[in-house]
Design a protein around this ligand. Structure first.
Ligand code: NAG
Ligand code: ZN
Length: 278
């Protein structure tokens, strides 16, 4: 197999490691490594996430919002019976192609789509809304707490409307399993993880979005609430789904994830008008 890295040659990755990094019917053999477009210069830091509103007026909502994320979820208050998310639209896209990179804090992925039209991406429905999976990224440790306990990581599956505006996030906590037979198929399907300092971006990486969903019992049991982006400008109006199950990875997978990621959780927010499970 020949490997052509267009702009940035990161030769430490041997090509045969990327078994899923093969040609895609719509992409031909576009397999490039280049600087990640998803990486912007940030004017905020996680070590000061309690104070983001002081940086710029545009970040005011981070302090004065009434639906800020993340929050602590309390299991004795029960799980949701409303807004049941339906991932059957994912079935039409068993495999998707996208760009794999590190968002500066952990692994990240954006799905390829045609132009400005997001409606061809895997669809998730709840109530009367149809939203589309535009990508995912991982935080370390988890942003959401359950009964005050923080998981080792959290996967955010971002869903947008047809115009590309973020409307809902599925926040899947990730924990290592003590069972030596447990291994995450989702983690296993990824190429070798890209380090947080490495701006390389791999194009045309095939992934299987249903894997993450199935690994948390298809999100049949979950908490849901009205929340926000967990990074500035902390915009509100997003419906969060947090599956009851955390995604279980092997210790070896966890060690790799820890090594490629860095501290990226926002401080716990006060519950005000979040309407948890309402
Ligand atoms: C990451 O990059 C920063 C800034 O260039 C550098 O100071 C730091 O040593 C790097 N860390 C690692 C682990 O490579
Ligand atoms: Zn996130």
């Amino acid at each position: 197999m020949t490997c052509v890295f267009a702009i940035l040659a990161v030769s430490v990755h041997a090509c045969d490691i990327h078994k899923n990094y093969l040609s895609h019917p719509h992409l031909g053999r576009r397999q490039n490594l280049r600087r990640a477009e998803g990486r912007e210069e940030l004017d905020w830091e996680y070590s000061r996430s309690f104070d983001w509103h002081t940086i710029r007026p545009e970040y005011a909502t981070c302090q004065s919002g009434t639906n800020q994320s993340p929050i602590n979820l309390i299991s004795s208050q029960g799980l949701a019976t409303t807004h049941q998310p339906d991932f059957s639209g994912y079935a039409a896209h068993p495999e998707v192609a996208g760009n794999f990179f590190n968002w500066g804090f952990g692994p990240a992925y954006t799905l390829h789509h045609e132009g400005e039209d997001f409606s061809t991406l895997p669809a998730m429905k709840f109530d009367d809304q149809t939203l589309f999976l535009s990508g995912w990224h991982i935080h370390l440790p988890s942003e959401h707490l359950v009964d005050g306990v923080r998981s080792r990581a959290e996967l955010h599956m971002v869903h947008v409307d047809a115009a590309g505006e973020a409307k809902s996030v599925v926040g899947i906590r990730i924990d290592p399993s003590q069972d030596p037979n447990v291994k995450s198929a989702f983690m296993d399907s990824l190429p070798e993880l890209i380090h947080f300092n490495d701006t390389a971006e791999m194009e045309g990486v095939m992934t299987y979005p249903m894997a993450q969903i199935e690994e948390v019992s298809s999100v049949k049991e979950y908490w849901t609430y009205q929340g926000s982006l967990t990074t500035p400008p902390c915009s509100e109006g997003l419906r969060w789904f947090v599956p009851k199950d955390s995604l279980k990875v092997s210790v070896e997978q966890m060690v790799k994830l820890l090594g490629a990621s860095r501290f990226s959780h926002r401080v716990e927010q006060t519950v005000l008008l979040h309407q948890i499970n309402v």
